[in-house]
Design a protein around this ligand. Structure first.
Ligand code: FES
Length: 164
């Protein structure tokens, strides 16, 4: 996004009533993301300075909304941290994802294809342990199969890029 376009959007939302209200901030972030596809660190710094917000606050807000992205990743991986999944090895699943993706502090994988998150319950407890990639639920998957699943999603990305 060009700086002037970012300034226009931020100026507009700075002038609305209660610009620091969550609803207004989210609307502004969505509009920015529509142009860029994600919310960059430079954008965050600019918004925080314009609206006098703390960076940590804005990042937490972005992370609470799965549709907002802190990096141009392609897929969200959500591992269940609920009790029933934990009892059946949910922690091992999460650690396996972490070992393979090596996410940064925002959960973004090194190759920026995945964003790794945890959620308390994915509502598939009877088939625990579970994780989810985008809208697709995976239950009772062997740890050794996680690498293959990752490769499948990575090759989807390559196919999409080749077709551009
Ligand atoms: S506890 Fe994992 S799906 Fe419910």
């Amino acid at each position: 996004m060009e700086q002037i376009q970012l300034e226009e959007i931020v100026n507009y939302y700075s002038s609305v009533r209660n610009p620091k209200e969550q609803e207004n901030i989210i609307a502004m972030l969505r509009e920015i993301q529509e142009v860029d596809g994600w919310i960059s660190q430079n954008t965050i710094i600019y918004i925080c300075s314009a609206l006098e917000l703390k960076e940590t606050f804005l990042k937490c807000l972005i992370q609470r909304f799965p549709s907002l992205k802190l990096a141009p990743y392609q897929h969200i991986v959500t591992v269940c941290s609920g009790e029933r999944c934990k009892r059946k090895g949910g922690d091992l699943i999460f650690n396996t994802w972490k070992e393979i993706l090596k996410p940064d502090q925002n959960g973004i994988s090194r190759d920026q294809v995945f964003c790794l998150r945890i959620r308390n319950c994915l509502k598939h407890c009877t088939q625990a342990p579970s994780f989810q990639i985008d809208e697709q639920i995976y239950s009772n998957i062997k740890l050794s199969d996680i690498g293959k699943i990752i490769e499948r999603y990575r090759s989807k990305k390559e196919t999409n890029e080749t077709n551009k």
